[in-house]
Design a protein around this ligand. Structure first.
Ligand code: MCN
Ligand code: MOS
Length: 763
């Protein structure tokens, strides 16, 4: 079934109140029943199958690749560093296009697992076997395996995100109470169920790519740049995605090999990464270290925060995992200084993973605040309430909405925080030590532009058409709700088509902004369609409303009615039939007047240069949350179980509370993973990620996840988005790990500053 055939199955009356309803996810049933057509599951006649051959050294050079045995074993094509693929560099998300040729199979090896060849055969099995027979000769070089190995002052590629106000060093020196601690977070991975990969098919000089994607437009531009063909001749299709979590937003270099092979062979080629390759052919969250110094008065009022951080990146790309992303926003300190270095190691370039920067940042500051609470003997909830800032000191702007105080108090009430004894090790149940912890989190509101088309069919149904993607977070569903309200039909009458770069423009489903951006664009297009229809109804000579004395009509529940009761009352379909129209198509975008040129439009839909940060405009805009966690720690074995979580959020207006709760819970579950399980283990000899599979890289399973109660304390914030919603997708993970670490301290008296909290750190 295609998205167009799938109506939303819900019974609101189309009276303008679909937004705010708890509709189930449009793609839910399709995914559960196996009828969602994932990009990588498309079948093509004469398709060939590709496998990537990984480097077995962590740094050095490929001297030669012997392909004879692979070709003898059935490979129909092998691409190696010797092949000139004739590719050009692609525009990056910053809008820059580097000069020169693009080499997806460079001789230089920068990390273990880097692709050294692509092997294509008639089946996946044949390609896998042939790939095994590729013999690569290397010249190995010394490896810098990870941040842990690197001295504090080595390999820095730039100090970034330096933030300062007041005189933090002097204030720290003068502070009566001082806290200083180091925090560390390891490499973490997206671990989406659906692997990365693509199917490429050429029709003459036109390329179609089926690929799981958070951003089809940017990927289409990327292929057009690499292959030197117009963007109109590239189509990227991604109707359903089995999880991305930040990893499917941009192209990776090895992806260029698949269309290149398809062109050489003159047939479709498919590549799906193996699970281990999903750990090293694109980057997860960079490992981070941070030293925090907090200076405070004896009653726990912050005087100074000093942050020095470092995160790892590759030797060929810079990904800054901003350990100071949340730190300056959380508390009202009069003095602040934050600095960060980026250190090069032999890894694939790290990337965005749900809550990038904010998640490790919150682990630092929210653990340190707990340490301060114990140093001054003030309850951890109370010390947070005392230090709430009245405005954003970094930008010197007022908060648009910041209901973190409400999140803290309402979350605490639902959790029963007032019964918490202050002393560690004061609650137990047999052999289990029980602890309660609190921590807060934030995520910026990012704004951008979008485009949408509304098609009204002869039957009076409404189709929403956009190239935006639904990666599981609910785009199909909230856009149907938005169109239903703005146009005036029941949501069952709306269908949504997404995930195709030939459709109207959209920014990335990333940065927790797509819902705010695209509900705005769909609202605009659907409102325009409604006005156009009403205009036709009033002016068309064959309309039943022609000549009535009214300057407008109501469109509600799919029916057009004039203000006067005795006048005609017709359905959208009846009107269209009367005036001899078989439908109506209206396309709108939210780009300003001066950004309407073809170049500006391309820039808007394919780069991040039009995204606006949280302090563009008069306010500082963010989503906020407070997490309360209960843990049970086995006194003998040190095993930690999270037994209860209550979290309260300010994300503004919720377009669909059911989906929002699911987003928050999903983020919280990933936070449990961050706290207790997830850690990419790197072999110090060669930089190899050794637990590169879902058996050894642990993520929370159902048995690890307790009941999670989520509460909304938000109010509509129309500075943040047209309908008043703030970002939802990522804020849930931010602050969960420190809430759990703080609960572990409360249970055991042991402060773990090095994630994940595994049993050997507690015994
Ligand atoms: N929503 C809402 N009301 C709001 C805001 C959002 O009802 N005020 C709901 C909608 O259902 C919307 C969803 O929350 O579809 C997420 O909206 P938003 O916060 O705008 O985030 P995006 O649409 O930009 O989605 C991306 C975001 C990110 S950045 C990551 S990472 C992440 C996340 O979403 N990856 C996910 N959630 C994910 N969920 C799933 N299932 N899979 C992923 O890969
Ligand atoms: Mo989300 S990490 O911004 O895709």
């Amino acid at each position: 079934m295609t998205p167009l055939d799938m109506p939303m199955k819900h019974g609101d009356a189309g009276d303008g109140a679909s937004i705010g309803q708890r509709l189930s996810r449009h793609d839910g049933k399709l995914k559960i029943t196996g009828s969602a057509d994932y990009a990588l599951e498309r079948q093509f006649e004469h398709a060939a199958y590709a496998v990537l051959v990984p480097a077995t050294i962590g740094a050095g050079r490929v001297v030669s690749v012997d392909t004879a045995a692979a070709l003898a074993a059935g490979a129909i094509l092998v691409l190696t560093p010797e092949d000139d693929l004739g590719l050009a560099q692609a525009t990056t998300f910053t809008g820059q296009r580097p000069e020169g040729a693009f080499l997806p199979l460079p001789h230089e090896i920068r990390f273990d697992g880097q692709s050294v060849a692509l092997v294509v055969a008639e089946s996946l099995e044949a390609a896998t076997e042939a790939a095994r027979r590729i013999k690569v000769t290397y010249e190995a070089a010394p490896v810098t395996a990870s941040l842990v190995q690197t001295p504090e002052d080595a390999g820095t590629v730039g100090e970034q995100f330096n933030v300062a106000w007041g005189d933090a060093q002097a204030a720290y020196a003068d502070a009566p109470v001082k806290i200083e601690a180091d925090y560390h977070t390891p490499r973490e991975y997206h671990a989406a169920m659906e692997p990365h990969g693509l199917i490429a098919k050429w029709d003459g000089d036109r390329l179609t790519v089926w690929q799981p994607s958070q951003w089809v437009h940017a990927m289409a531009r990327n292929y057009s740049d690499w292959f030197g063909i117009p963007m109109e001749d590239v189509r990227v299709v991604s109707p359903y995605v089995g999880g991305g979590f930040g990893s499917k937003g941009f192209n990776y270099g090895w992806e260029a090999l698949v269309p290149a092979a398809a062109r050489r062979l003159g047939r479709p080629v498919k590549l799906a990464l193996s699970r281990p390759q999903n750990f090293n052919l694109y980057g997860g969250r960079a490992s981070t270290r941070q030293t925090l110094k907090l200076g405070a008065t004896k009653d726990g009022m912050l005087q100074s925060i000093l942050l020095t951080g470092a995160s790892e990146t590759s030797t060929y790309g810079v990904w800054p995992e901003q350990v100071g992303a949340a730190t300056p926003l959380m508390y009202g300190t009069p003095n602040y200084r934050g600095q960060q270095r980026i250190v090069q190691v032999n890894t694939v370039t790290p990337g965005a993973l749900r809550g990038p920067g904010k998640a490790p940042s919150a682990f630092g500051i929210e653990s340190a605040m707990d340490e301060l609470a114990y140093a001054v003997g003030v309850d951890p909830l109370e010390i947070r309430l005392r230090n709430q800032p009245d405005h954003d000191r970094m930008s010197n702007k007022p908060w648009s909405t910041r209901r973190l105080r409400e999140a803290l108090t309402e979350g605490a009430a639902a959790f029963g925080w007032d019964k918490r004894p202050m002393a560690p090790r004061s609650m137990r149940d047999g052999h289990q030590l029980i602890g309660w912890g609190v921590a807060t989190g934030t995520f910026p509101v990012i704004r951008n532009y979008g485009e949408a088309e509304i098609r009204v069919t002869a039957e009076g149904r409404v189709e929403v058409v956009s190239g935006a993607t639904d990666i599981g977070q609910g785009t199909y569903t909230v856009l149907a709700q938005t169109a239903a309200d703005a146009f005036g039909v029941p949501v069952d009458e709306v269908s949504v088509r997404l995930g195709d770069s030939s459709l109207p423009g959209s920014p990335v489903a990333g940065g927790s902004k797509l819902a705010g951006v695209m509900t705005g664009a769909v609202h605009k297009a659907a409102t325009a369609a409604r006005e156009e229809l009403i205009g036709l109804a009033l002016t068309h000579p064959d309309s039943p409303f022609h000549g009535i004395e009214a300057n407008t009509l109501e469109l509600k529940g799919g029916r057009l009615t004039p203000p006067r009761a005795d006048a005609p009352n017709v359905t959208v379909a009846e009107l269209l039939r009367a005036i001899g129209r078989d439908g109506l198509t209206v396309r709108r975008d939210t780009l300003p007047e001066d950004m309407q040129s073809p170049e500006e439009r391309k820039r808007a839909w394919t780069t991040m240069t039009t995204a606006q940060g949280p302090t563009v405009g008069d306010y500082s805009q963010h989503s906020w949350c407070a997490h309360f966690a209960e843990v049970r720690v086995d006194e003998d074995f040190g095993t930690v179980r999270v037994s209860r979580i209550v979290s309260a959020f300010d994300c503004g207006l919720l377009y669909n509370p059911k989906l929002v709760e699911s987003q928050w819970q999903g983020g919280i579950i990933m936070g449990i993973g961050m706290a207790l399980f997830e850690e990419g283990l790197v072999d110090a000899r060669n930089g190899r990620v050794v637990n590169n599979n879902l058996g050894d890289y642990l993520v929370p399973t159902n048995a690890d996840v307790p009941e999670i109660q989520v509460i909304s304390v938000g109010i509509p914030d129309t500075n943040a988005s047209l309908l008043g919603g703030k970002g939802v997708g990522e804020v849930g993970i931010v602050g969960v790990a420190p809430a759990i670490a703080n609960a572990v301290f409360h249970a055991t008296g042991k402060r773990v500053r090095d994630l994940p909290i595994t049993l050997e750190k507690l015994i």
